[in-house]
Design a protein around this ligand. Sequence first.
Ligand SMILES: [Zn+2]
Length: 514
Amino acid sequence: MNKGKSKSKSKSKSKSKSRNTKKHPTKLTKTKNQKQKTRKHAKKSTNKHTKINHAPNKHGTQYEKNGWIYISVHGSPKERGYANGFLVAKELADVQRMLEFVSMEDFGIHWSFFVDACTKYFIPTIKRRFPEFYEEMEGIAEGATAAGTPMTTEEVCAWNNYFTLTESWIGHMPKDEAKKLGIKPEGKSKSREGGANDRCSAFIAVGKDWTADGKIVVAHNNFANFIDGQFARTVTDLRPDKGARILMMGYPGWIWSGTDFFVTSAGFIGTETTIGGFHAYENNVPICCRIRNAMQYGRSLDEYEHMLLDGNSGDYANSWLFGDVNNNEIMRIELGLNFHNTERTSDGYFIGFNAAYDPQIRNLECSNSGFNDVRRHQGARKVRLEELMKKYKGKLTANIAKIILADHYDVYLKKNGNPCSRTVCAHYELDGREYMSDPGRPLPYQPRGALDGNVCDTAMAKQMSFSLRWGDSCGRPFDASAFLKKHAQWQQQEPYLRDRPSQPWTMFYTTNTK
Ligand SMILES: [Zn+2]
């Protein structure tokens, strides 16, 4: 859509004993029998959740439901941060193990190197520009530590900047940092895939020509490597003492969503898909603070755009999709570093498929975008999501959105029911990659793909709610042991990879608190 176009410049298989599990609010590690019970339970009843746990400072509650960890926290930055860290401490212990493994396995670098880099290059900026968010991270570290997972504020901050550090900063690190590693700086972003990773499918639509009630419908699924993406199962109801209340899903111990999917009490719904192969970066304000600032303080689509551009680093470059339920208007910002492309409409749609329409971003700030390559997930979903928008023109609802997210039509082979890397519900784990055009991109049977489904519409947003499904958007279960047995090249992930049994779609709301 080009209307209104304006361009401007657990089931963790932990082998190590977790520390002091007694102090943790919930014991997540389950026996096989308990696991099976949980699966049956999830099928029988979709409205039950586990016992409610409370943070000792009375600023938060937590329970688990259908694969998700739900927390509701409120208060000053320190108060809500402490409650947050305390209530997800057990999960953070597994995150720490994963980070050390992935840093060394994929980059040959200890996680502590990234923590030091964050401390030196990001924290001074965050403290100066967003002391509120820094204090919240201090609280998270203190809460996690109190609940038995020792963590420093620097570690929490590095974890919040995981994408920025491992996909953007790493290729642009100062010479003396590279020297510490015994390498020469590359001068451009790199990742396991030679540019920013490709993550997620999404669309947002509005207006009587497109949605059934003329109001906003949004859908998104997070796809990522399972080993880190499997931690994006926290639903957070965040009520700060200033600014808007936020309901978001994403990673534990983060001050932002990261995946991203959120609604705010100011009337905004937000999501994004990454721009794959993006390689421009300059060390300014990290994305975790810029988007959190917009979520908490943004009062108009103009302010969202301004807050994302203010201090832009080019890290985690995304096609951001926002809906303003007060004015029934939607916006897409393709946010590069030196270029960005903003479009708005009150009767149309925007899709997200990990490549930028903007030719300057795509050619000057990305390499190997896959934009027109239907063998790749970018080109294939560019075609398929457009087809699905036309197919459901004027009929789009949250329920239709769930069908779209679970779509397995393969554009390249013109084949129905072929879940693979090219489908909207992404399944790299099932894909032999026979048609791969770039060997540097995800590998055959890579443990990677859709990890959830997220939908929201104007009515849900007005009630501060959304509907989520944990696991593949289509509901297909993932059995880690069976997968690793079949694809032994990934065996080293065995201590880390979790099962994801099939879960139902589940509504989440904010919690009534004083
Ligand atoms: Zn699927």
